[in-house]
Ligand binder design. Structure first.
Ligand code: ADP
Ligand code: MG
Length: 258
């Protein structure tokens, strides 16, 4: 842990104002996002939590420029932008690994496209494979990896993309508890060294409270922001600590409230 040297990133300030989005289902409008206001400060770690199907992935797609919002505004470092596509590294909920490339080659995709120094990128990738418990699996194809391993490969690919903003959609969802806790520690250490502006989706209240500076609690679809909780607890955080327990109870109350 902690040996890795990622390139230094400039972090960015992301702000969403009144973002709304509807899809059409069976010929009827399906409102998904309802005037979402959200801010992630320079180097902040922010969690998005909310019920399944409420619109979390849709919001990340909008930030990443994969789909447009119906209305609302996105600001990047104070300037209005249509999306953040050139500024984000986006780890999608589906890992989207290319089946015809080995695990290592999958993580190097971005570096190849950006025509970066491949030897250096590969050295970084190999360090990360070791730190994420994947040493020896570099040459294995995605079909032969477990869901948790695929997720770690996708996470490595995202980290190697070296963008100012990280968008992570349930990045630890498929992992067993032990690996999950290890990667939490790793993420916090990496973030301490290189505080990238980070927005991650989780459905796990403890995960949100362990990692995030602030947590946006979303409602059922169409999602609106129910509340924003600030997690002013020193790290590493102990889930048995009284303040942690109290915040967890508060977040659960918000999640369950109508
Ligand atoms: N392209 C689409 N067309 C129609 N409906 C969609 C589309 N993408 C997502 N949805 C619907 O929008 C809702 C929110 O989806 P999503 O953002 O994936 O939720 P979450 O990530 O919070 O589980 C769901 O009901 C989903 O079925
Ligand atoms: Mg989702």
């Amino acid at each position: 842990m902690g040996k890795i040297k990622l390139m230094h990133h400039v972090s960015s300030h992301l702000q969403l104002s009144q973002i709304s989005k509807s899809f059409v289902r069976d010929g009827l409008p399906l409102p998904v996002l309802d005037k979402i206001d959200l801010e992630v400060q320079h180097g902040e770690l922010v969690a998005l939590i909310g019920p399944s199907g409420c619109g979390k992935t849709t919001l990340l797609h909008i930030i990443a420029g994969l789909i447009p919002p119906d209305s609302g505004t996105i600001f990047l470092n104070g300037s209005r932008v249509s999306d953040c596509r050139h500024h984000v590294a986006y780890m999608q909920q589906k890992d989207l690994l290319l089946p015809w490339r080995t695990a290592l080659k999958n993580t190097l995709l971005g570096s190849e496209i950006a025509q970066e120094d491949l030897a250096q990128a590969e050295a970084h990738a190999e360090q990360l494979f070791a730190e994420f418990g994947l040493a020896g699996f570099e040459a294995v194809y995605p079909a032969h990896l477990s869901a948790g391993m695929r997720q770690r490969v996708a996470l490595i690919r995202t980290l190697l993309a070296r963008r100012e903003i990280l968008l992570l959609d349930e990045p630890f969802g498929a992992l067993d508890a032990l690996t999950r806790a290890e990667l939490h520690d790793w993420l916090l250490k990496a973030h301490q060294k290189f505080p990238q502006t980070t927005l991650f989706v989780t459905h796990d209240v403890e995960e949100a409270l362990k990692l995030a500076d602030r947590v946006y609690v979303l409602s059922e679809r169409p999602a609106h922001v129910k509340t924003v909780l600030t997690v002013a607890l020193a790290r590493p955080r102990d889930p048995t600590d009284a303040d942690f327990v109290a915040l967890k109870a508060e977040m659960l109350r918000w999640l369950r409230s109508p």
